[in-house]
Design a protein around this ligand. Structure first.
Ligand code: UDP
Ligand code: MG
Length: 333
């Protein structure tokens, strides 16, 4: 049987939302015109999420799950799902119902019209904190400005991708994965479907400020080298500033020999300013070098502790150990 649709949902401590998520997903899946698989990816949850996933798998054979051996982060969890998805169209969405499953038929419709990537674009975020809204607003606009590729604003990972696109995405070896950026980078025929982002159904936000900041820096550094150039600009700027100061000092010496401005203050300011510029530039260099180091290490992107519902691995799924070929597959695909 050829699978037509795959749904990938990363899950990190979402025990409160899973039953409702399944209910709404099942309703959507029932209405689709082809065989469906629902891939739940447990990203090292510490609550009952994995247990609930096992139960769902027993109830409904359309449900499959992967369990990462620890918390690897949202982007890696989605990547694992993409590695295992077999459908002709693959949809990625969040577990917390902020990405309404009911939008899926609209995404599918665009896919049937011939688009390879159909991403959902937020027109409104309902009841999310002002801080999150403001930082997201600024970030997406800065990124759009700096990135080497055209990236649509206000789009997250909620999207539908054609098999062809998923295959290419899976073949990309980079490990600092900013999926929504890679997706734009790929090209193909892309289109947006607008939607209103609902508030989280239950539980707390799993993307802490630190994780969001990490994702934002990753997005910037992976898709733009403008920050590297920033140190050149800062260097030029401080050289000009130094020149102006030198002229001022000479001027004051000649015409206002008693001016206190030629004293310590100006020296201290210059030292602090240069120190800041240098530290900042080293920090930017560090961001890139850290990523090069990360890529060079070439570790597997994730390790699996359990998988169920993927026919090739059915026999292994009973034992709780990760078969080596399962770990391998994650990278080689
Ligand atoms: N998530 C994950 N691993 C993490 C953090 C989050 O798999 O380390 C999942 C989480 O379960 C949810 C999705 O990523 O399905 C988005 O998380 P959240 O709703 O907290 O983020 P936000 O809505 O703020 O983007
Ligand atoms: Mg959310």
């Amino acid at each position: 049987m050829v699978l037509k649709y795959s749904f990938i949902i990363p899950i990190y401590n979402e025990e409160e939302t899973i039953p409702e998520l399944y209910r709404r997903m099942a309703a959507v899946m029932d209405g689709l015109d082809g065989a469906v698989e629902l891939i739940l990816v447990n990203d090292g949850s510490r609550d009952r999420s994995l247990m609930l996933m096992r139960e769902l798998r027993e109830q409904d054979t359309r449900v499959c799950y992967l369990s990462l051996a620890r918390n690897f982060g949202h982007q890696v969890a989605v990547t694992a799902g993409l590695n295992f998805a077999r459908g002709q169209a693959v949809v990625v969405l969040d577990a917390d119902l902020q990405d309404p499953p009911e939008l899926i038929p609209k995404l599918v419709e665009q896919w049937q019209h011939g688009f390879d990537v159909v991403y959902a674009q937020r027109i409104q975020r309902r009841r999310e904190g002002w801080f999150k809204r403001l930082t997201a607003f600024v970030f997406y606009r800065v990124l759009k400005h700096l990135a080497d590729v055209e990236m649509p604003t206000d789009t997250g990972d909620f999207c539908l991708m054609d098999r062809q696109v998923v295959d290419v995405l899976n073949s990309m070896p980079e490990r600092n994965r900013y999926i929504r950026g890679l997706r734009s980078w790929l090209g193909f025929r892309q289109t947006a479907v607008p939607f209103e982002r609902d508030p989280r159904f239950a539980g707390d936000v799993k993307y802490t400020f630190r994780k969001s900041l990490g994702l934002a820096i990753n997005g910037l550094v992976s898709f733009s080298t403008v920050p590297l150039r920033l140190s050149t600009y800062l260097g030029m700027f401080s050289a000009c500033a130094a020149l102006v100061m030198a002229f001022l000092v000479i001027y004051w010496r000649l015409f206002y020999p008693t001016s206190p401005l030629t004293g310590y203050a100006i020296i201290a300011a210059a030292i602090f300013f240069l120190g800041a510029v240098q530290l900042f530039s080293i920090g930017i260099l560090g961001e890139y070098i850290g990523r090069i180091y990360d890529e060079v290490k070439n570790r597997p992107l994730y390790t699996l502790s359990e998988a169920s519902g993927f026919t090739e691995f059915q026999s292994q799924s009973k034992s709780r150990r990760t078969p080596p070929e399962l770990q391998q597959r994650s990278l080689e695909q």
